[in-house]
Design a protein around this ligand. Structure first.
Ligand code: AMP
Ligand code: MG
Length: 472
């Protein structure tokens, strides 16, 4: 069998100022670590021989129809504008239209230098590659929009970080790689024809019902609000919500120093480079609004009537906090068993979260246990939980099947940091069993899987991961 990918590359048909044509740079001895058969089926990909797939997903051979490009973008990094970023270690091979009718990008990440690499080597090491594979697939299974992982290969080459590490390439699949930063780069340069062309492209590809640039802005506000509410509901901290890591399609993208919280605290930060806590857990909704304001600023540049555009964009940006709050409340209502809406619900959820924060309650395990009778054990002072339950139980009387609601809103399994870290350490020793096991268990996160109970446990003192790294 030959690996075949039915490419149809719309981005490569855009003006060549949008990207640089760039083939992946071959590697010495590629080895296939993982191939996502289920995703491949959706993408209408026919798998090939293992070694052929290793060569293809390392970038040593190009599947027929691939037109590799490195995409141009810029963006605000920690609030400061960087005029040129772009794919510095990734190439887009092309796009396919899946069995579900959806168009998706297929991108190699870690595939060698491009014109946008600046000082970087264009490579990735196996830790972040396996991490993104596991975490992005887990996110998908949790029901939160995300890029996906199609394949992981090790390159047989060494990349130098703090020390020599094994090189790897991730094949990433995304609804697109359009970022807020893709719009910013043309707006900042005053390239209005490109900005208009990009806007039309984004509307056609993602939001065909949107009317013009402001319609696009409204649609992105909606998609991003749903996304961030999803993150909050599972205790996910992205870690680098720069505008270049903010997807127009509303997917989680660019898994760097991301992490899921163990014990709940709103100020939790893991990323070692986020010293000010700009991207702390509870700051994420506010940052999403800030990012939308940057998109608004970029989109406005192309409008003939700037005054009217500013007015409309301001209204959309100012409406986003409410939108976020609505989606957040829908998610958290479900987490405590509520489908119907009452005025006191926000207070009920907030009260629980405050008590969890005070009592170092594990975020995932506490919510999951609400459907049983062990939630109080998650609190250093179980009475803090008991005091909350009277109001909650009274409220549940007016719900149909709260337990079912909770069971489908509260996962048993998340990719806990210490497990991800242990998985990476095992892989470095050549043992990929933990990697495959995590993928398997996390593909059914809402199912009780008694044989995997160890993966529900918070880290012991020695296992706690205090900081996560970009791993670039
Ligand atoms: P990220 O932090 O992954 O969102 O990356 C920010 C920017 O740095 C993007 O333009 C990346 O392409 C670039 N970059 C990150 N790591 C590397 C690397 N190892 N080599 C070249 N460019 C990189
Ligand atoms: Mg990025």
């Amino acid at each position: 069998m030959t690996l075949t990918i039915p490419f149809d590359n719309s981005y490569a048909r855009l003006p060549n100022s949008f990207y640089a044509r760039q083939a992946p740079v071959p590697v010495r001895a590629p080895q296939l670590i993982a191939f996502n058969t289920d995703l491949a089926k959706v993408l209408r990909i026919t798998p090939g021989e293992v070694q052929d797939m290793a060569e293809a997903f390392a970038g040593n051979t190009l599947p027929e129809g691939a037109e590799p490009i490195a995409q141009l973008y810029s963006g605000h990094q920690f609030g400061n504008y960087n005029p040129q970023l772009g794919d510095g270690r990734a190439v887009l091979l092309g796009e396919t239209v899946g069995t579900d009718g959806l168009r998706r990008d297929i991108q190699l990440k870690g595939s060698g230098p491009t014109p946008f690499s600046r000082q970087g080597d264009g490579r990735a090491w196996s830790g972040p590659v396996l991490r993104e594979y596991v975490v992005s697939e887990a996110m998908h299974a949790l029901g939160i929009p995300t890029t996906r992982a199609l394949a992981a290969v090790e390159t047989g080459e060494v990349v130098f970080r703090e020390e020599p590490m094994p090189g790897a390439v991730l094949t990433r699949v995304a609804r697109s790689h359009l970022r807020v930063g893709t719009f910013q780069v043309f707006a900042a340069r005053g390239q209005l024809d490109s900005l208009r062309r990009l806007t039309e492209y984004a509307i056609e590809r993602h939001f065909p019902q949107a009317a013009g640039p402001m319609g696009l802005l409204r649609a992105v506000a909606q998609a991003q609000s749903e996304l961030i509410a999803g993150w909050m509901s599972v205790g996910f901290i992205h870690g680098v919500m720069n505008t270049d890591n903010c997807s127009i399609a509303g997917e989680t993208i660019d898994y760097g120093p991301c992490a899921f919280m163990d014990s709940y605290h709103p100020n939790t930060v893991y990323s070692s480079i986020d010293r000010m806590g700009r991207y702390a857990y509870s700051n994420q909704p506010g940052i999403a609004v800030w990012n939308l304001a940057q998109l608004a600023t970029a989109l406005i540049q192309q409008m003939d009537d700037k005054e009217a555009a500013v007015e409309e964009a301001t209204e959309i940006v100012h409406a986003m906090p409410d939108l976020l709050e609505q989606h957040w409340l829908t998610r958290f209502r479900a987490k405590i068993g509520l489908v119907t809406e009452e005025d006191g619900d926000r207070q009920l959820v907030s009260d629980l979260l405050a008590r969890m924060a005070q009592n170092q309650a594990d975020f995932t395990n506490t919510f999951r246990a609400l459907g049983g009778d062990t939630a109080r054990d998650q609190f250093t002072d179980p009475q803090a939980f008991d005091q909350w339950t009277d109001a909650w139980k009274a409220r549940l009387q007016r719900e149909n099947d709260p337990r079912a609601t909770m069971m489908s809103a509260n996962p048993v399994f998340i990719p806990r940091n210490h497990r991800v870290e242990q998985m990476i350490q095992a892989a470095l020793r050549g043992d990929y069993a933990p990697f495959h096991r995590l993928n398997d268990v996390l593909s059914r996160p809402y199912e009780d899987q008694p044989e995997a109970i160890d993966l529900t446990r918070p880290p012991s003192e020695g296992e706690v991961v205090h900081a996560t790294f970009c791993g670039t």
